[in-house]
Design a protein around this ligand. Structure first.
Ligand SMILES: Cc1cc2nc3c(=O)[nH]c(=O)nc-3n(C[C@H](O)[C@H](O)[C@H](O)COP(=O)(O)O)c2cc1C
Length: 434
């Protein structure tokens, strides 16, 4: 089930998602027209900076500042890419927007490409999102028929086309520099940063504006309603709303929109309908598996980039995963550790070896074959690999293990002492009587 509890981001429409007339009846493409006819590119950037919009792809970087960097770059050949790679476990909010709001995304892309004076523009779409891609393709066709794309759009003298690019289908391929590499026919492997930030050195080595789907869907609404409207909700430093992908041990998983800074409890209990089967929350990943977990006594934490960072975790792209009190945390940690191991692109040795060794040690402990020295080795490994990769994958993998050991150490110790998972019954010959 997918619902939006307090729709503010999503432009309501009374027709199928790709129907441009239905979108325009609700004010769709007014912001686009205003950008081309009334505003200068500097005006657009100034309004975005005033709105305080921060990127929704994970890092929370201020969008207006990023746009300004590309617009004013001394190199004048620019590109624009919308990042719709979305491959993290428990994150599916961009999929929702692609499917239900293709015109709103397209309008955001048009404004971004126009403002950045992009020579070519792309939407990089997760290859599994076939239906979503089809909606976007139909929306593109209809926008072209209205003259919003193509040569000399709206008489501005500016030519603009947007191409769909089928993504590589790996987690790392969503990292912006890996995505740009793969778009040039090379392996989807991240570049070293600094110096290779896309705003300076992007597609074909030229300044490139990369934004997330949700970030771009916010743009038409901000420019149509004004920055002051946008900042009415959320926190001072994190204005607006965020789409939360809620999954795991909840009665009603789905995509929910909440103002930035809303407590996690509201998402889990009010929108998610609480934990099934009368069980309780044991832990939650507020920003997906790459950020520290929080425990049941932290459910009043405000959900925004700064508050979660202050609490020692992060919002990421707001993929919230709830874990109930019947779950073995060693098995849960192993599941995500396996994901990081499988998704490491293998370019950076500490990531390639580190994620493999972490998952191997965790599997050994989970099977009941571990010893205390394996826990020591795990912790040492985490400290060693953190911050070493060209992207943050290996850091996320280490943070996962560290947070699990910090919060649920007893469960790891019990697996070692009993030589089995305590939640599984002892059987003769498998740790019985240990
Ligand atoms: C391993 C990894 C995977 C990522 N995957 C995505 C993704 O699927 N979609 C996305 O928008 N950003 C993803 N990012 C973040 C992007 O690198 C980039 O920060 C973002 O697209 C910028 O857009 P924004 O400023 O609008 O947030 C990922 C980052 C990392 C380290």
């Amino acid at each position: 089930m997918v619902t939006l509890a307090e729709p503010r981001l999503l432009q309501q429409s009374d027709g199928p998602p790709w129907d441009i007339d239905a979108y325009m009846r609700q004010g769709g493409y007014e912001a686009w027209r205003k950008c081309v006819k009334e505003l200068t590119r500097d005006d657009i950037v100034a309004e975005l900076k005033k709105s305080g919009l921060r990127g929704r792809g994970g890092a929370g970087f201020p969008t207006g500042i990023k746009w300004e960097k590309v617009l004013n770059h001394r190199v004048k050949e620019h590109y624009f890419v919308c990042n719709a790679g979305e491959h993290e476990p428990g994150t599916f909010k961009d999929r929702y927007l692609l499917k239900h709001a293709p015109h709103q995304l397209l309008e955001g892309c048009l404004i971004a490409a126009y403002t950045a004076q992009a020579k070519a523009s792309f939407v990089y779409v997760n290859h599994e999102y076939q239906e979503e891609r089809e909606n976007l393709r139909k929306a593109l066709e209809q926008a072209r028929a209205k003259g919003f794309l193509g040569k000399n759009i709206l008489g501005s003298g500016f030519d603009l086309e947007i191409e769909l690019f089928e993504g590589q289908g790996s987690y790392v391929a969503g990292e912006e520099t890996a995505m740009l590499e793969s778009m040039q026919g090379r392996p989807a492997m991240p570049r070293q940063k600094p110096p290779f930030y896309p705003t300076d050195f992007g597609l074909y080595g030229k300044p490139t504006l990369v934004n997330n789907v949700e970030t771009l869907c916010n743009i038409p609404r901000i420019l149509r309603n004004g920055a002051a409207w946008f900042t009415q909700v959320g926190t001072e430093k994190c204005p607006g709303t965020m789409l939360f992908s809620l999954s795991g041990a909840v009665n009603k998983p789905g995509v929910y929109e909440m103002p930035m800074g809303t407590p996690l409890r509201r998402l889990i209990e009010d929108f998610g309908g609480g934990v099934p089967g009368g069980r309780k929350v044991k832990a939650a990943f507020p920003g997906g598996p790459a950020f520290s977990m929080v425990t049941a006594d932290q459910l009043d934490l405000p959900m925004d980039f700064d508050s979660l960072k202050k609490a020692g975790t992060g919002l990421g792209s707001a993929g919230v995963i709830v874990v109930d009190d019947a779950t073995c945390m060693v098995a849960q940690t192993l599941k995500f550790s396996d994901f990081f191991k499988n998704e490491s692109c293998g370019q950076c040795p500490p990531c390639r070896m580190g994620t493999l060794n972490m998952a191997t040690l965790l599997a050994k402990i989970e099977r009941g074959e571990g010893a205390q020295k394996d826990l020591d080795a795990l912790l040492q490994l985490c400290g060693f690999v953190k911050g070493t990769g060209y992207c943050t994958l290996v850091t996320g993998a280490a943070v996962l293990v560290q947070s699990s050991l910090r919060l649920f150490r007893q469960e790891f110790d019990d697996h070692i002492a009993l030589k089995r998972c305590p939640s599984r019954p002892a059987t003769a010959g498998v740790g019985a009587g240990a």
